[in-house]
Ligand binder design. Sequence first.
Ligand SMILES: Nc1nc2c(ncn2[C@@H]2O[C@H](COP(=O)(O)OP(=O)(O)O)[C@@H](O)[C@H]2O)c(=O)[nH]1
Ligand SMILES: [Mg+2]
Ligand SMILES: [Zn+2]
Length: 293
Amino acid sequence: MVYGKIIKGIGGFYYIDTERGIYECRARGIFRKEKTTPLVGDNVLISIVDEENKKGVLEEIKDRKTELIRPPISNIDKVLIVFSVKDPYPNLSLLDRFIVLSEKENLEVVIIFTKVDLIDEDELNEISNIYTLSGYKVICISSKNNINIDKVKEELKGNIVVFAGPSGVGKSSLLNKIDSSFNLQVGSVSEKIKRGKHTTRHAELLKLECGGMVADTPGFSSLSLDDFEVDELKEYFIEFNKFDNCKFGFRCIHENEPNCDVKNAVKEGKISEKRYKSYIQLLNEIRNNKRRY
Ligand SMILES: Nc1nc2c(ncn2[C@@H]2O[C@H](COP(=O)(O)OP(=O)(O)O)[C@@H](O)[C@H]2O)c(=O)[nH]1
Ligand SMILES: [Mg+2]
Ligand SMILES: [Zn+2]
């Protein structure tokens, strides 16, 4: 048997990348019986049926490290969350929402601020400090002026990553810089139209020149917090976890409780006030969602 990874799945066929090339495989019936659906990203064993035409059978799926449902993809190592510092101006509450969704899925988060050629250093620090204070790795780049593209490549090496972020922030420009074979359309509506036509298209993994793979998907296809509980949200604001001396202990949701360690840390500037406000905003959103049903 040959070891490989599913990089694409279309109409019951799985495309498995192995050291001997890519094989087109059907899955054994046993998977259907056991109700396991092979996912793009799965590490698998295949048996080869026809070497000449590169056909095989998917025999075994190895345990998954992570599993995203939307988009359906497994074993992602990290998510690179991309926002521009200007044009468009970053919506930080949206950025915090991307972070929360990633933390819930147990993905490593790296934040990339793009278009740094458009603002001065003080403005840039003000934005990026919020997230370094929270404990995140932040990379500030310009595709236009070739700033810190190597640092992004460093994050990709040997990893499977997904890029997430709103449109217009420079994701395609960045991917083109990372790997010249991409040749993605930049700044045009045509890419969006193309995407619209392929809304049911499956996730796919693309190999990078620098090693590693990137998932060809718009990141999260849903940004809703419908699946969240009020008392779990605090887990996904990772900087809160350092402050655990609240009077109400682990039951404290750091909102209106007295003697709250997290609220004190906000007052002392040890936790960003912006991040705390985002937290309260998302908390209320989760509550309102629950009331609707
Ligand atoms: N000034 C500046 N503009 C950029 C940079 N990167 C991308 N852009 C512009 O931002 C717009 C959107 O870029 P694109 O890569 O298509 O964004 P995407 O929608 O996230 O894929 C285009 O007009 C790009 O030329 C950058 O580093 N600096
Ligand atoms: Mg794009
Ligand atoms: Zn508290």
